[in-house]
Design a protein around this ligand. Structure first.
Ligand SMILES: *Cc1c(COP(=O)(O)O)cnc(C)c1O
Length: 414
């Protein structure tokens, strides 16, 4: 018989009236803030996640392994899942690892009505010695907590969850192929489970982690993409939640993506405002290498974290590697706003060196061209090239740390 599992989410108390709270900025903030600093739903010290209480229920039907070359991103899952329930009177319950299985949720659960959902995307890698490694998991946990807090879901101790992620990844290690480019994609997810149509902070929640073995993003080597500069739809805006990994940010981007694809472009390059600032590409951060018009100095540019840009772990890692290894070669590493017109001008004048997207799934994704106002802005690649020099270097530098070829504090041995 199937073990009745998740979640026992009928709330014991109906959502209490929540008194409006004074903004921490005061009633009349002096400066315009792009993002409010939300506090987590859990206000009193409730029980935090406790890894020592982990209960493991192994599957009785281990899945056969797929051939490594047949892996499709996000299509197959490992044997188990990690689940931790939360409610507002207890806090976090004991963590469980159970067979990967369906959830049972009341159709009134608040996740289905008001999008109480946030998630993370991270990977576990197998090194040459067969050890499992995470990459900068502290960054993912910090971001997960920020996303959760913004939608009144509970926070947790990052270290405790990293410990559990590590145990979970190790348990599933047979699913991780040894070869370079392969990894286990981990999807931490948090949902509000309270059974209510009331628009209130969820009184109960479920945190779960599922895992999907994935192959190299470019199995036959880099493939440069072409983008459509998108101005008729906006991905994120000042004061919005585009800097958080909330599920609600993604569904509205699919129609513009389908539009771009119907015209032969793989992704949207999201522009913002009348200035047409270049923000992100699809669900990746965006980098350009250009030669400065005045000084001729080479610059690696990405948009600043102004509340409209997702704080990519890859973005941060690329910036840090660039400051460490490109700056000594004379590069200027800059976080600043860049307009589409500036980018176009650099391309026209032969100063656009290369452009790429950056995110966990692909690490880096080279860009061939951008369609903008009816013209094609070429991003520096020759016809026979699929990637620029900096893009290729970045991928290799990142992988060396992810797979533990280069021992580094970013790599977390499980
Ligand atoms: C997840 C995500 C990224 C990349 O973040 P990483 O931590 O590098 O994977 C960039 N932009 C958006 C919109 C994202 O959702």
């Amino acid at each position: 018989m199937m073990r009745r599992l998740l979640p026992r989410c009928a709330p014991r108390a109906t959502a209490a009236f929540i008194a409006p709270r004074r903004s921490p900025l005061g009633l009349f903030p002096a400066a315009r803030q792009y993002s409010i600093s939300p506090e987590a739903a859990s206000e009193t010290k409730l029980q935090d996640i406790d890894p020592s209480k982990l209960v493991l229920t192994r599957t009785s039907k281990p899945k056969p392994l797929k051939k490594a070359e047949d892996l499709v991103f996000g299509a197959t899952f490992t044997d188990h899942m990690l689940t931790i329930e939360w409610d507002k009177t207890t806090g976090w319950h004991n963590p469980h690892i159970v067979p990967h299985q369906n959830l049972s949720l009341d159709p009134a659960s608040c996740v289905f009505h008001y999008a109480f959902e946030c998630f993370e995307g991270m990977k576990a890698y197998k090194d040459k010695a067969g050890q499992i490694r995470l990459f900068r998991p502290d960054r993912n946990m910090e971001r997960f907590n920020k996303s959760a807090a913004r939608i009144a879901l509970p926070n947790f101790d990052s270290k405790a969850l990293i410990d559990l992620v590590a145990k979970f990844a190790k348990l599933e290690s047979r699913f991780i192929p040894e070869e370079r480019g392969y990894s286990l994609y981990l999807r931490p997810t948090m949902i509000g489970t309270q059974k209510t149509l009331g628009v209130n902070p969820p009184g109960s929640a479920l945190l779960y982690i599922i895992a999907s073995p994935v192959g190299p993003y470019y199995p036959t080597g880099f493939k440069a993409v072409s983008l459509e500069a998108t101005d008729y739809a906006v991905r994120a805006w000042p004061g919005g939640v585009g800097d958080k990994k909330l599920g609600a940010n993604y569904a509205p981007c699919i129609v513009p993506q389908r539009e771009a694809m119907s015209r032969g472009f793989q992704q949207n390059l999201w522009l913002f405002g009348e200035e047409e600032y270049v923000t992100e590409v699809g669900t990746m951060n965006f980098f350009v290498a250009i030669q400065n018009k005045q000084t001729g100095q080479k610059e690696l540019i990405t948009a600043p974290l102004d509340g409209t840009i997702l704080e990519g772990v890859t973005r941060d890692s690329v910036l840090s590697l660039a400051r460490e290894r490109l700056a000594p070669e004379g590069w200027n590493i800059v976080e600043r706003k860049l307009t589409m017109a500036e980018l176009d001008e650099a391309a026209t004048e032969g100063r656009l060196v290369e452009a790429f997207g950056a995110g966990t799934a692909a690490i880096v994704s080279p860009v061939r061209a951008i369609s903008w106002k009816g013209k094609m802005v070429s991003c520096g690649l020759k016809d026979h090239e699929e990637s620029g020099e900096i893009t290729t270097k970045m991928k290799n530098w990142m992988e060396a740390r992810q797979y533990g070829d280069e021992e580094h504090e970013w790599s977390y041995v499980c």
